[in-house]
Design a protein around this ligand. Structure first.
Ligand SMILES: C[S@@+](CC[C@H](N)C(=O)[O-])C[C@H]1O[C@@H](n2cnc3c(N)ncnc32)[C@H](O)[C@@H]1O
Length: 247
């Protein structure tokens, strides 16, 4: 009887290899094959190239349909596991945050493949923190609303208080900011956009609901996350203080 291997669905964190978990690193070293995509970032790709037995890029081409690519990934995981291999499916951030990790697990269960999920540091918290922006702060914000910029209907009245974190919002930033203003949020509400968070080329752009779209459209080329709310002012202060050499 053939022995079935195991699939680890692993979060790679926001891009800095030093932010991988110890557990992720352990399974990466032990795996027979690692399936990864573009979202893990260049630095982690370089690292797995050096430490892993075999790595396979499974990201989609720009013109490829996401669902077709997902089916290819699902089938590949099952095929490799049925060959008795230990497989790591490495995903950017946390595998269960806007990353189709749940769909992959459903497919593994359907095909009776043993699996384990290893959490990763999500960009939701890691990127603002690495940009010195606290998501909650006494007297400023005690709630966090997280959304993707691809589903603007998610912005209801409940999203108007506290801190708002938006993933995948760069392309539609103008539309998103307008939507918040139309719903009654003050156009001067502070906004930060963090590009390439946690990486050496991390950049933080500060503005408000009214002017941030123009700043982003002019400057931001890399992967980016948006933070809206009063905590952004605190982040700006922390950044300025950090630059002060006397501290
Ligand atoms: C498909 S989602 C995947 C999220 C991931 N699973 C996580 O937990 O962070 C990709 C989005 O996450 C955000 N993101 C991920 N890594 C980032 C980084 N290093 N800097 C800024 N934004 C990042 C961006 O908004 C990007 O469009």
């Amino acid at each position: 009887m053939s022995v079935v291997g195991k699939v680890y669905i692993v979060g790679a964190g926001p891009g800095d290899p030093d932010l991988l978990t110890v557990k992720a690193l352990k399974v990466l070293r032990e795996a027979d094959v690692v399936l990864y995509d573009r979202l893990v970032g260049d630095k982690i790709e370089k690292m797995i190239r050096e430490i892993c037995k075999e790595i396979v890029y499974v990201g989609k081409d720009s013109c490829e349909n996401g669902s077709i690519r997902q089916r290819v990934i699902n089938e590949l995981m099952v095929k490799l596991a049925r060959e008795g291999k230990t497989v790591v499916r490495l995903k950017g951030g946390d595998p269960f945050v806007f990353g189709r990790g749940g769909e992959e697990v459903e497919y593994l269960i359907k095909n009776k493949i043993p699996f384990e999920i290893i959490p990763g540091l999500s960009s939701i918290t890691a990127v603002p923190t690495s940009a010195n922006i606290p998501l909650t702060h006494k007297g400023k914000s005690s709630t966090i609303f997280v959304m993707t910029g691809r589903k603007l209907d998610d912005i209801g009245k409940s999203a108007l208080e506290g801190t708002i974190v938006i993933l995948m919002g760069k392309e539609k930033i103008r539309e998103i900011m307008k939507r918040f203003i139309d719903l009654g949020k003050d156009p001067k509400t502070p906004v930060a956009v963090i590009e390439n968070g946690t990486l050496d080329n991390q950049k933080v752009y500060f503005g408000n609901l009214k002017n941030i779209a123009e700043i982003v459209e002019r400057n931001v080329k890399g992967v980016a996350l948006i933070v809206i709310g009063d905590v952004v002012e605190l982040g700006r202060k922390f950044n300025e203080t950090r630059r002060d050499e006397s501290l």
